[in-house]
Ligand binder design. Structure first.
Ligand code: ADP
Ligand code: ZN
Ligand code: ZN
Length: 742
């Protein structure tokens, strides 16, 4: 028997199978998906590899597999192979997503998290007898025995702490056979400290019931169907998810819930814990320690946790017997990976749902335009929730023209209108959220005389000013430098920061409203493991007047006392160089607006902008997704953007300009020759908008057309041809519909 294996390394050249002989003693053990160790190359060290195929004979002279360790299922291997083709990456990189977190060396360290627990070996009666008859004389021993009697399973440090005696006594007792010390595995459960009251299911509204019934029908019939649960914020989508999951569990199935990383908030997880209890739920996200992720992974694998809630990569969790997959806030860009493997979790979920014959539910208040297009054209079943579930009204939204403010002589960050509204809100003891779509103190440093902008020497991108350290930093390579006080170009002293950040806003707010309390949430304040939770709880429980923040304040939170939301400037997402600028702007504004007046209290939203006539802002004001959709989809059709075609970005980066030019031309010629000219437009290679990062030149080729299986083969063959060029430093990547076009 011969096994075809993939070496578990990322080198492009190793993205092929190698044949190995399966020794007799392993024949029963080796399956597709087995992890094995094999001799490879000239070194003595064994290489880790995965079995991806099995056959009778090999055309080569082959070596033996050295060891076997079963890990993945053949379904997972199939998925990895499919992904490697679809996302133009190595199979081994896809397999890594499906194996327990941590490298092997880390795993050895984290796996054995055990503690020594001490138990009495004899029953109470016997011990009492021995104490009474004087068999145990030492007072110290008696005291320790008593402590263990009261606290079975205590640890040695606990005994030391509470009895004051040293571990010598414990050892003596062990030697004399009074006690035994047992090693126990302890679980690092991220939900361990959660103390959440259980909730029962709510009586569904008519709209919720309709949606629920349709999806439940798919669960019952065990058939694949894709649904869009389209409902304004607060329309009760989450309640529908909860009841569907309950249904799946009742059928002895499991559930996977994906949410954007940023909205994996404690509040959101609490709702699931409150319904199903913490033992049923495994949470996977990047803020967990490696040990916690490892343990959660194992709880899923051992079928103890039946519900997985996690960010993008949780779709690869080793869960068995899935009954439903739910993707909340399905429009969120974080479902698409921007690093190799450049996969889209929605596509993976669809593939899994099809294979398992289960429903896939996509939920959003502002669906991805592509999703909504499919929902309108019959490929996805559209289910709509039009009303807020708890009968609270949608907030009123007002748009303020900042050009007008400036003309009236107002140079502060707040329009008169917003200023007054905040003042009133503070008086009424209601809370306010101010949203700013930026990070740091400001964006860049520019000379007001000659327009010189301080740039990173490695990356051709403007440096960001960080006021806390009074330094300029590059967000791409980490380069740092001191803030210039004189323009290096024209020696003018009028060189200063431009743009506005949360810190600056907070300072202004404190000056304007000295009596108000404020709290800030952005990437600078949220970095430690729980400080997200700390900030939100503080805002909620301490009745802080004003929360100032970036993106993070936008999603998923529920603050009953927030009645005012101010958007300082809606424009930053409008001015990005991306065909999705309108969509992003509409989504973000609608979501911020959704934070106001979530309960009985009337909510108010004030959006400040320099572009009050832009239709995405206008539609956000009206809170009219359908109008936005109609306008935007017409534009997309006319300009041939997704969903009417795919945008394939072939990226090059290299240390030398010569090699990058030659390689991109090679790829260009290849594609012109091999891609169908009627269906694909291949643009000439050009430097990327950011044409250098970390001293590597960056070029790209853009291809517009509808991705097909044939085109996929052409692109994969093209990459293979590039590998055979044996380039010195140039790397080539292919991304279909990337989030970031820079
Ligand atoms: P979404 O997920 O669409 O934002 P939620 O599920 O968070 O909406 O619901 C918003 C609020 O309405 C929550 O406080 C929730 O408890 C409440 N709610 C949801 N469904 C119902 C229902 N059927 N009856 C009463 N209240 C409901
Ligand atoms: Zn200058
Ligand atoms: Zn840099």
């Amino acid at each position: 028997m011969i096994a075809e294996v993939i070496i578990n390394r990322s080198a492009k050249k190793l993205n092929r199978t190698f044949d190995y002989n399966v020794p007799k003693e392993f024949e029963e053990l080796i399956l597709i998906g087995s992890k094995v160790l094999v001799p490879f190359g000239r070194t003595k060290k064994l290489e880790e590899a995965y079995v991806v195929g099995i056959k009778e004979k090999s055309n080569y002279e082959v070596k033996d597999i050295s060891r076997v360790k079963n890990d993945l299922t053949d379904k997972q291997i199939e998925l990895a192979k499919w992904m490697a083709k679809r996302y133009f990456c190595n199979i081994s990189d896809c397999i890594k997503l499906m194996t327990a977190p941590g490298s092997n060396r880390e795993k050895n360290k984290i796996q054995e998290k055990t503690i020594n627990c001490v138990y009495l070996k004899k029953d109470d009666e016997t011990i009492g007898f021995e104490i009474d008859t004087g068999a145990i004389k030492s007072d110290k021993q008696k005291k320790v025995i008593k402590f263990i009697q009261d606290n079975p399973g205590c640890t040695i440090p606990e005994i030391e702490l509470f009895t004051g005696y040293t571990r010598g006594i414990v050892k003596t007792l062990e030697k004399n056979d009074y006690i035994e010390i047992i090693q126990k595995k302890i679980e690092r459960n991220p939900l361990i400290n959660k103390d959440v009251k259980q909730t029962d299911k709510l009586k569904l509204t008519e709209e919720q019931r309709l949606a629920y019934d349709k999806i439940e029908n798919a669960i019952k019939k065990e058939k694949y169907e894709q649904f869009l649960l389209y409902g304004v914020t607060g329309s009760g989508k989450t309640e529908v998810y909860l009841q569907l999951i309950e249904k799946a569990l009742k059928n002895n199935k499991t559930a996977v819930v994906l949410v954007p990383e940023i909205s994996l908030t404690p509040q959101m997880i609490d709702r699931f814990v409150a319904r199903f209890g913490k033992d049923a739920i495994a949470v996977l996200h990047s803020k967990l320690s490696i040990g916690e992720r490892f343990d959660e992974w194992n709880r899923i694998k051992e079928e103890r946790a039946k519900i997985v809630i996690g960010a993008r990569s949780a779709i690869f969790a080793p869960i068995k017997n899935i009954g439903i997959i739910i993707i909340d806030e399905e429009h969120d860009s974080s479902y698409k990976s921007e690093m190799s493997p450049r996969y889209n979790a929605k596509e993976i979920a669809k593939k899994i749902a099809k294979e398992e014959h289960i429903p896939l539910v996509l939920g959003s208040a502002t669906p991805d335009l592509n999703t909504y297009y499919k929902a309108n054209n019959g490929n996805i079943t559209k289910l709509t929730l039009t009303k807020r579930a708890n009968a609270s009204n949608l907030p009123t939204v007002k748009v303020i023209d900042l050009k007008q403010e400036l003309a009236n002589g107002n140079r502060t960050m707040l329009s008169v209108n917003l200023h007054t509204a905040i003042e009133r809100n503070i008086k009424a003891k209601k809370q306010t959220i101010l949203f700013l779509n930026r990070r740091g103190y400001s964006t860049f440093i520019m000379c007001r005389d000659c327009g010189y902008v301080v740039q990173c020497p490695n990356c051709n991108i403007s440096l960001t000013y960080h006021s806390f350290q009074n330094k300029l930093k590059c967000h791409y390579c980490g380069h740092e430098e001191k803030v210039a006080t004189v323009c290096p170009e024209c020696h003018s002293k009028k060189i200063r920061y431009f743009g506005t950040g949360t810190q600056k806003l907070e300072n202004e707010i404190r000056k304007m409203f000295p009596k108000a309390t404020t709290i800030r949430m952005d990437v600078d304040t949220v970095n430690k493991k729980n400080s997200h939770e700390v900030i939100l709880n503080k805002f909620k429980n301490d009745g802080i007047d004003i929360l100032i923040g970036t993106q993070m304040v936008v999603k998923g939170h529920h603050f009953p006392n927030v009645t005012l939301v101010g958007v300082i400037s809606a424009d930053s997402s409008l001015n990005i160089d991306d065909y999705r600028a309108n969509e992003r702007t509409f989504q973000i504004l609608t979501q911020v607006a959704g934070r106001a007046g979530r309960e009985k209290l009337e909510g108010k939203v004030i959006i400040q902008t320099y572009n009050p006539d832009n239709f995405s802002i206008e539609c956000a004001r009206k809170q009219d997704y359908d109008l936005f959709y109609e306008t935007e989809i017409a534009l997309r059709k006319q300009l041939k953007y997704p969903p009417f075609c795919d945008i394939i970005v072939i990226g090059f980066n290299s240390l030398t300009e010569d090699e990058i030019k030659n390689t991109s031309n090679f790829v260009y010629e290849y594609l012109i020759q091999h891609l169908n000219k009627v269906n694909f437009k291949v643009f000439k290679p050009l430097p990327s908008p950011i044409d250098k990062i970390q001293n590597r030149f960056r070029w790209r080729i853009i291809v517009k057309g509808i991705m097909t299986d044939e085109a996929n083969v052409v692109l994969n063959n093209c990459l293979q041809n590039v590998v055979e060029l044996n380039l010195k430093s140039t790397r080539v990547s292919i991304d279909v519909n990337p989030n970031n076009m820079m």
